[in-house]
Design a protein around this ligand. Structure first.
Ligand SMILES: *[C@@H]1O[C@H](CO)[C@@H](O)[C@H](O)[C@H]1NC(C)=O
Ligand SMILES: *[C@@H]1O[C@H](CO)[C@@H](O)[C@H](O)[C@H]1NC(C)=O
Ligand SMILES: *[C@@H]1O[C@H](CO)[C@@H](O)[C@H](O)[C@H]1NC(C)=O
Ligand SMILES: *[C@@H]1O[C@H](CO)[C@@H](O)[C@H](O)[C@H]1NC(C)=O
Ligand SMILES: *[C@@H]1O[C@H](CO)[C@@H](O)[C@H](O)[C@H]1NC(C)=O
Length: 206
């Protein structure tokens, strides 16, 4: 499925604000706590928003619209085509797919925790095969994976919190204790290249 996304939008917008180091913020004109909460809620409450999906584009349009209203802010947008998939419209991942392990002829459902956006989906019919685990440091091409369902992990990638805040104008005292910590999420790391190469993924599925 070919989707369109203004992916670079956020970077351009934030780059311009970050770049103006001489800018002083007048705190009496700064958004009050309630408004900031509302903004964060608006972004955090839309659910799954894969790049290019309808939900994602609606949110980007809203941010774009909001930025255009700010005097002195120049907004630029670049559009990219990308090939990806999204769950059935209005459905979450759990409703769009399923995974079960057969034990003694009985199917045990496994909760779906996530999906890799740029991999190929199945054609709608279910696939079955032996489940094998390939560790992150091993290439899929070194294993005979034909007809098998493969379990792979994203290796965790800890990012220092201090790095995330390095461009902040101001850090409130309650965040100071967090600065020595790390922001660690598995999806921050790059998945093994053999997970995102469509040719190899297709081989896996055949
Ligand atoms: C901040 O904004 C208020 C309200 O417009 C104004 O009265 C005040 O002079 C401004 N302060 C500075 C330092 O510019
Ligand atoms: C997915 O949607 C269904 C139906 O709305 C809901 O019952 C379920 O809790 C949702 N699952 C997740 C993981 O959000
Ligand atoms: C879907 O994929 C399966 C497994 O690769 C294949 O056997 C089946 O014929 C395909 N069905 C359609 C409608 O393409
Ligand atoms: C992968 O890592 C495991 C655990 O650290 C190690 O035992 C194994 O030899 C490594 N395999 C390869 C192919 O590097
Ligand atoms: C952060 O680490 C530095 C150096 O290890 C230490 O001096 C400082 O007390 C730590 N700060 C907090 C808030 O834990």
């Amino acid at each position: 499925m070919l989707l369109q996304t203004p992916l670079s939008f956020f970077f351009l917008a934030s780059g311009m604000v970050m770049g103006s180091t001489a800018l002083n913020v007048n705190e009496t004109l700064f958004s009050p706590v309630n408004e900031l909460r509302h903004l964060v809620h608006r972004v955090g409450s839309v659910g799954l928003r894969l790049p290019g999906s309808q939900v994602h584009n609606e949110l980007v349009n809203w941010i774009s619209h909001s930025l255009h209203k700010i005097q002195g802010v120049e907004v630029q947008e670049s559009r990219y085509d990308l090939i990806t998939w999204e769950p059935k419209v209005g459905k979450n991942l759990s409703e769009s797919g399923s995974l079960c392990i057969e034990l003694k002829g009985k199917c045990h459902n496994i909760p779906i925790v996530g999906a890799i956006p740029y991999t190929l989906p199945t054609n709608g019919s279910s696939l079955t095969g032996p489940l094998i685990y390939i560790p992150p440091n091993q290439s899929i091409s070194s294993v005979d994976v034909r007809g098998k369902i493969i379990l792979r992990e994203y290796a965790p990638l800890p990012v220092p919190n201090a790095y995330l805040f390095k461009d902040a104008y101001y850090i409130s005292p309650d965040l100071a204790a967090q600065l020595n910590g790390t922001y660690e999420r598995p999806y921050l790391s790059t998945p093994a290249v053999d997970l995102i190469d469509p040719v190899k993924v297709e081989l896996m599925a055949s």
